[in-house]
Write a protein that binds this ligand. Structure first.
Ligand code: 0L1
Ligand code: MG
Length: 258
């Protein structure tokens, strides 16, 4: 039995001190997925106890682009603290982070609570108020941004900041699988993808998250945001960098690294 609180505090210290730390699995032999999620829960609960709140939930590693980039072949689930949420055009202070990367995100804004062990993509669309574009800033607390799946789960899936677009569309007003996303860093296009890059359908990704949460008798709440994942690989954020995620139906979201 490992001490979940010990490892949660180990990761929180890395955030607070803005320094990379060694993977947990490498130190204890092997970190199981249940233990990894327990560490994540403890980490997030302690942040809430310290005054933060939950703004929503997230999926990571839901596209082949991301899975291949990180050498991992399954999605991961995490939480979005309110303190990490920024607007559609925002600055991110690099000095507050370790080695941040930026990635475009499809973001669901929930209109209703949603909890179900058999959740379907249709139920997700019914419970969603609108879908907007976003950019997630991920900042693995691990050395050289390298980790195993359990390690990154314990680290709340590298979550650091989330820029959330404003207008978006009602979920049934567009075929989300066809929404096109481009990502540009300092004027250079890094890639183009559609919503279908997210395991075939962004709404199915959110349904997977709901089914995952149901295993712990939890669900999504009305008003929460849900990051469904990045259809393209993440890009490092250098000082002064400007990254823009452009969406065919959601408008642009821009982050400036200062
Ligand atoms: O949101 C994400 O896709 C991040 C998942 C964790 C892997 C990573 O840090 O790239
Ligand atoms: Mg992400």
């Amino acid at each position: 039995m490992i001490d979940h609180r010990y490892w949660a505090r180990y990761l929180q210290r890395a955030v607070d001190d803005r320094r990379e730390v060694q993977g947990i699995g490498a130190q204890i032999g092997e970190l199981s997925l249940p233990d990894a999620y327990e560490i994540q829960e403890t980490l997030v609960a302690e942040r809430m106890f310290a005054g933060d709140a939950l703004a929503g939930a997230k999926l990571g590693l839901t596209s082949k682009a991301k899975q291949e980039q990180m050498g991992v072949d399954e999605p991961a689930y995490g939480w979005v603290p309110s303190s990490s949420v920024l607007g559609a055009d925002a600055e991110v202070e690099l000095a507050d982070l370790i080695h941040p990367r930026a990635e475009p995100e499809f973001v669901f804004v929930m209109g209703d609570d949603l909890a179900s062990p058999n959740c379907t993509a249709d139920q997700v669309l019914d419970a969603t108020e609108r879908v907007v574009g976003g950019i997630e800033i991920i900042d693995s607390r691990y050395e050289a941004f390298k980790f195993t799946l359990p390690d990154v789960i314990a680290d709340n899936t590298s979550a650091a900041r989330a820029l959330i677009g404003e207008s978006g569309v009602a979920p049934r007003d567009v075929d989300l699988t066809q929404v096109e996303c481009t990502f540009t860093v300092d004027g250079e296009l890094t890639g183009t993808a559609t919503g279908a890059a997210l395991l075939g359908d962004p709404a199915e990704c959110v349904a997977m998250l709901v089914r995952h949460l149901a295993r712990k008798d939890r669900g999504l709440l009305a008003g929460w945001i849900v990051l469904a994942g990045a259809p393209l690989g993440a890009e490092p954020l250098a000082p002064g960098a400007v990254a823009t995620a452009g969406y065919s139906h959601f408008g642009d979201v821009t982050v400036r690294a200062v």
